[in-house]
Write a protein that binds this ligand. Sequence first.
Ligand code: PLP
Length: 385
Amino acid sequence: MTLAMSAIAKKLKAEGVDVVTLTAGEPDFPTPFHIKRAAISAIENNYTGYTINAGIVELRKAIADKFKRDNNLSFDPSQILVSNGAKHSIYNALKAICNKGDEVIIPAPYWVTYPEMVKLVDAVPVVINTTEANDFKMTPAQLKRAITKKTKALLFCSPSNPTGTVYSQEEIEALAKVTAKADLYVISDEIYEKVIYDGAKHFSIGSIPDVRDHVITVNGVSKAFSMTGWRIGYLGAKKEIVDAAEKVQSQVTSNASSISQHAALAALTGSDDEVNSMASEFLRRRNFIYDAVTSIEGITCAKPKGAFYIFPNLSGFIGKKAKGKTLRSGDDIAQYLLDEERVVIVPGSGFGAKNYARISYACSMQELEKAAVRMTRGFKRLNGN
Ligand code: PLP
């Protein structure tokens, strides 16, 4: 759905239509200079051949240091697998642990890829619906109810795409008690770890001793360092899981790009100044777009504490008429905004929440200001004034 909406926006733009696109799943900043320099020097120094499948030792060591420093996770470099993006890491992890028919629990709203990946490894996605009233957080009771004899893993994401929800340490500890009792694996997707606001603190479930050996922690450089195209993600886990995931990777892609690995090494061993300035810019934008959207009559929205999306509830507009047609879902409302106001947002159906939509603020303030004016006008019209 995300890519489909982006494709429509691109096509309209190419036709010269003035569209505002709020679909981006990537930071709009350039990759920091020192990281680009490291890649150029990797090429100049001929680091252009295959590397060890799991990733160059220096990078795996830097990742192990990062996990210790930021997440209180202790891994030997042999417990790290570097892959072609966190997406690839999640797939490798699922492929390594799931047998046919195993169930994998996914709290909704979820990142569109999760259920599809679970299906790709012949496992079965089991969705837990969270509520806006509970900040889109899964409760331990909900998790307990969803567990069956076939449950193999929980796919967990905090800060979340698409809602921006960040679980607190206490909330994660309560969930970990449930996964420990049921002997579940947890794949913890922490890709938005550095994009976090309002004093919220990122907490890694793998740092809890009772579940440590059952947690596969996934992260990457895409979002924190604005490096989406470089395709470097990684996971850390118990050695036997890493070995299994590595076998999968070795037969499918071999190593991640040697040049990108050198760039990622510079990212993880360099200063976090640019990461922090990107996060403060995202905060400024979140405040702006959140205020603009929640001041529209009929829209409610949980305030996101991380990532770069807001996920407004559009149910107040279901049943309203536009050009004689009744709007029946978030899909219809997104289509209406595109047709009438030339604003592109991603309908919530792809994220498992059909009366919602995802608005990305990974774009300039100027674009956001334009979008705010257009959305306010479009929804006002639906409200009949
Ligand atoms: N996990 C989540 C929740 C994401 O939103 C994304 C990208 O949109 C990824 C993982 C994938 O990141 P990467 O670029 O490292 O594959």
